[in-house]
Design a protein around this ligand. Sequence first.
Ligand code: GDP
Ligand code: MG
Length: 177
Amino acid sequence: MRKLQELFPVTDKIVLIGDSAVGKSQLLARFSRDEFNVDSKATIGVEFQTKTLDIDHKTVKAQVWDTAGQERYRAVTSAYYRGALGALLVYDITKRESFDHMARWLSELREHAGDSIVVMLIGNKSDLGSLRAVSTEDAKEFAQSQNVFFMETSALEATNVEPAFVSVLTEIYRIVS
Ligand code: GDP
Ligand code: MG
């Protein structure tokens, strides 16, 4: 049984959404390859990355989708959301506007992926504390009001990146098993 699971792990689709330049591609690079690309153009055009990991003693293959410059309102197609079980809703803690757009992204996500999708609100670039424009409290409050999880991350410093993805995957498993 264990062997079979390792050979054919269940694939979970997770989508990254949020405004342009909040760090979605870098979060994915950090999670899937433990990299941070200073020249982030290198990641343009990548549709998704996969990473196999252990969640509650089960082998799980996470397939994480990244938008390739389609971050304008309603430009993300329904194919992008189709079949997604989890989502990371990413803003930049130094860009208030990117946080203010979270409600819009969330409603678009729920419209396409359904209400049972596991959502984690992510305040990225936590390494830039001196430029902070969104308080942790505001974000926590918003996450609670929308019934989504919340974490602050730094793709640059590799803070909370794996825990964020693992939490989403663990919650998916808590629901389906
Ligand atoms: P995307 O458009 O949401 O995919 O954003 P990118 O991943 O391309 O990142 C946009 C810019 O923010 C790039 O210049 C990254 O180097 C930078 N960036 C991404 N994550 C972090 C982070 O955690 N900390 C800092 N300081 N910069 C970051
Ligand atoms: Mg990107």
